[in-house]
Design a protein around this ligand. Structure first.
Ligand code: PEP
Ligand code: MN
Length: 337
């Protein structure tokens, strides 16, 4: 439900409406466009009496939001949301590049790699410290040490960092060290984790589950927003199909669909989507042409020696080429890079 107040509504009237909503068992969220005072109301719709609310002094109108996700919907907020991560804005005119190795491996690799990536135009440095691996015998990440390395790199390079929180047990730790917290594809429907993310003061990068519909994806984002954290970035990273040429299938149509349905920023991860370094450039170009707000890509100095996802990681030379090609596309679609 979206309540819009009259321009002349007083603080007292807003407070009275808020109190009534709370008495009805609802929650009030302030995520308006900033043009008029509006309140997003969540909760059990059967107890929220629209007719009664609309009669309160100061209320201009009350609109029901038809979609199952409310706070993330365009109906709630028409303007694009820009999520700030450190000094980087995600969702604005400028495209955002998140780059780095799949996992944090060494101090030197992270620092040198981060420096180079920044020089080449990357905005955020990525690196997993807690890795969700298909096999329990694969490298699981450096854990806390990985986060320390990443946080040190941020200080040294002056570039915000992103890493994944895999469960509610390690969420606090990840939250302490990084600027942007990733929730991975395998955890998109881990509701305890989503609720914990909703209580965080740090922005969340939510990756689409491998078999998640757009509706399920947006409802997962809604869990985070319903908890009070409105800084959510969506990331399409490929879904499972019968295609056996690529690791997953990049659902390029999800980009315009998500932009249509939601005001949240949308990124694309061509690395996990394809699992192939020779597809990173064409898929990234397609993503930007389709309206994505940026790319998250795995880059490693020696991909064949990487401890995880080397086969899909690109080199710095390849990243340089990617930036060059994306600048052309960015210009064509009225974005900057
Ligand atoms: C990752 O970004 O390294 C990762 C594990 O991603 P996903 O959750 O999309 O598989
Ligand atoms: Mn990876």
């Amino acid at each position: 439900m979206l309540i819009t107040m009259n321009d002349s509504a007083t603080e007292k009237e807003i407070k009275r409406v808020t109190k009534l909503i709370e008495e009805m068992g609802g929650n009030v969220h302030h995520i308006s466009d900033g043009q008029e005072v509006s309140m997003g109301i969540t909760g059990n719709e059967s107890t929220l009496q629209a007719a009664e609310i609309s009669q309160m002094p100061g209320v201009k109108n009350v609109n029901n939001i038809g979609k199952p996700y409310k706070l993330g919907s365009r109906e709630m907020k028409a303007k694009n949301t820009i999520v700030k991560v450190g000094n980087v804005e995600i969702g604005g005119k400028a495209l955002v590049m998140i780059a780095g190795s799949c996992a944090v491996e060494t101090v030197e690799g992270t620092n040198e790699g981060g420096r180079l990536l920044k020089m080449l135009g990357a905005n955020l440095l990525r690196g997993g410290a807690f890795k969700p691996r298909t096999s329990p015998y694969s490298f699981q990440g450096l854990g806390k040490r990985g986060l320390e390395i990443l946080a040190d790199a941020r200080e040294l390079i002056g570039m915000p960092v992103v890493s994944e929180a895999m469960d509610t047990d390690n969420f606090d730790l990840v939250e302490e060290y990084v600027d942007l917290i990733q929730i991975g594809a395998r955890n998109m429907q881990n509701y305890s984790l989503l609720k914990r993310a909703g209580k965080s003061s740090k922005p969340i990068l939510l990756k689409r589950g491998i078999s998640a519909t757009i509706n399920e994806f947006l409802l997962a984002a809604e869990y985070i927003m319903a908890g009070g954290n409105y800084n959510v970035i969506l990331c399409e990273r490929g879904i499972r199909t019968f295609n056996d040429y690529t690791r997953y299938t990049l659902d390029i149509s999800s980009v315009p669909e998500l932009k249509l349905l939601s005001h949240l920023p949308v990124l694309v991860d061509p690395s996990h989507a394809s699992g192939r370094r020779d597809m990173i450039i064409p898929l990234s170009k397609a993503a930007i042409a389709a309206g994505a707000d940026g790319i998250m890509v795995e880059v490693h100095p020696f991909p064949d020696k990487a401890l995880s996802d080397g086969y899909q990681s690109i080199t710095f030379e390849h990243f340089t080429e990617l930036m060059k090609e994306l600048r052309t596309i960015a210009k064509a679609v009225g974005r900057s890079l």
